[in-house]
Design a protein around this ligand. Structure first.
Ligand SMILES: O=P(O)(O)OC[C@@]1(O)O[C@H](CO)[C@@H](O)[C@@H]1O
Ligand SMILES: [Mn+2]
Length: 447
């Protein structure tokens, strides 16, 4: 891949400037499609708004649709990005970030959809959707993506049942497991969490995209599609971080999608605690609806509730266990505003030092999904063989691992020739979601 280097040796960010690029097709086609689906969802909820809020609800529906239609037109006609006008806690941060990008662009015109960094404008769109809803009380707490997220959970029930049954079998024999059996089980559940990331509604522009079959049946056939597999480093980090007198380590999971992927993350977290490897799990979600299927606090608790209420013995048992982990504080949920801002993660220490400090308390941080990978690497035109450490550009609050299925044309840490070979075999390998990486970085490895 041609990396057009800027002065300090860091390649430019991906953008829609390159006609025909994945960023270009996303902004030209997928983002307007997502906006149209949001408008349609709000329109179809009109009667509910009227029943609940009377005339005010009708007004809110009309106003929100008008704001979103205006936004869609701005995207489609490459208008300059506009300052946010709501009074949310991060409005100023977003508007300062726009100034920063305006400065970077200099006289290359205003910050706009097809001329500026893809990562920035795509995040900005979801923040503008939040603004449109927020500016129209009483529907400001309406989750425009809720329908798709709950549907993808219900469509994945067979897979969820199979996974919870598998978890029960492991937990039942936990005491008898040898170290190598523990490792095998860890690897299996890590892979289920990895491939759970295929179930993402933004890449499908909201099209149903749930896990239909048991995820356990396909792991071996999917193995050849893992391009980087650092799972052994993840395991050895978990083992070497064990301290005498402590019942396990702290693992943070930066969540991605609701639905089956979230269940796969909860099952992995359950295993980490029930095996004694982890004493606490910190989950990090989004503070408002994001990238169609990303987890909010409402999704997190709703999913545990639904699992508890399932008419399936092991699902229900898992749900009750997860509920008590939350109650006991063994598990905790956080949603720092930084996760729904456009920054690359190398900015976190400076722009969200409280979050960076919090992550430094973890013994291992798992980053789920493609958007997190794009932010870890800055969504830039890196050459395939640039190391993951280089692309992180100093981000490293703790040992970290990305569990990502590829849905954007950015990939680092490959062997010489590996990327070119993949392109000859499967030209869309970086964006079709068929391939994945388990990519590890430890701050210690930089010393
Ligand atoms: O982070 P996820 O859920 O794995 O993927 C989200 C995502 O696929 O949506 C975009 C397409 O709109 C991608 O480029 C982006 O990375
Ligand atoms: Mn997502």
């Amino acid at each position: 891949m041609a990396a057009d280097l800027t002065v300090n040796g860091v390649p430019s960010p991906l953008s829609a400037k390159v006609v025909g690029s994945f960023a270009y097709l996303t902004i030209r086609d997928r983002l307007p499609t997502i906006l149209t689906k949001v408008i349609d969802t709000i329109h179809r909820t009109k009667n509910t708004f009227f029943e609940e809020y009377g005339e005010e609800g009708i007004q809110a529906e009309k106003q929100t649709i008008s704001l979103l239609s205006k936004l869609r037109n701005e995207v489609q006609t490459d208008k300059p990005l506009l300052a946010l006008t709501d009074d949310l806690q991060d409005t100023e941060t977003w508007n300062q970030y726009m100034q920063r990008h305006q400065g970077l662009q200099g006289d290359q015109g205003s910050v706009s959809w097809f001329k500026s960094a893809w990562l920035y404008v795509e995040c900005y769109m979801y923040r503008r959707i939040q603004e449109a809803v927020w500016l129209n009380p009483p529907i400001r707490d309406f989750d425009v993506f809720n329908e798709g997220k709950t549907q993808s959970f219900f469509e994945s029930q067979q897979a969820v049942m199979a996974l919870c049954t598998h978890l029960e079998e492991i937990n039942k024999s936990m005491e008898q497991l040898s170290r190598s059996q523990l490792l095998d089980n860890f690897n299996t559940l890590l892979l289920v969490s990895l491939w759970g990331n295929k179930c993402d509604l933004s890449i499908s522009a909201g099209q149903e995209n749930s896990q239909k079959t048991s995820p356990l049946d396909s792991l071996s056939s999917l193995q050849p599609f893992i391009l980087v597999d650092d799972s052994n480093m993840v395991w050895s980090t978990l083992i070497s971080a064990q301290r005498p007198g402590q019942s396990g380590v702290r693992v943070d999971i930066v969540l991605d999608n609701a639905g089956f992927e979230l269940v796969s993350d909860l099952v992995l977290a359950d295993f980490l605690v029930s095996s004694g490897l982890a004493r606490e799990i910190h989950f990090h979600g989004k503070s408002f609806p994001w990238f169609v299927s990303d987890v909010t606090v409402k999704d997190f608790h709703w999913t545990i509730q639904q699992t508890m209420a399932a008419n399936h013995k092991w699902m229900s048992k898992s749900g009750f266990q997860w509920k008590s982990y939350m109650k006991e504080g063994v598990w905790s949920y956080h949603d720092h505003p930084f996760w729904t801002q456009p920054h690359e993660f190398c900015d976190m220490a400076a722009d969200a030092s409280d979050l960076y400090t919090r992550l430094q308390g973890a013994d291992l941080v798992l980053f789920k999904g493609d958007l997190n990978y794009r932010k870890l690497t800055g969504d830039r035109y890196w050459d395939y063989t640039v190391s993951f450490d280089t692309a992180l550009r100093g981000f490293g609050p703790a040992p970290l691992c990305s569990l990502r299925t590829l849905k954007a044309n950015i990939q680092v840490g490959l062997q010489p020739g590996q990327g070119e070979k993949l392109t000859s075999q499967d030209p869309d390998w970086m964006t079709n979601g068929k391939y994945a990486v388990i990519q590890f970085h430890s701050p210690k490895s930089e010393q």
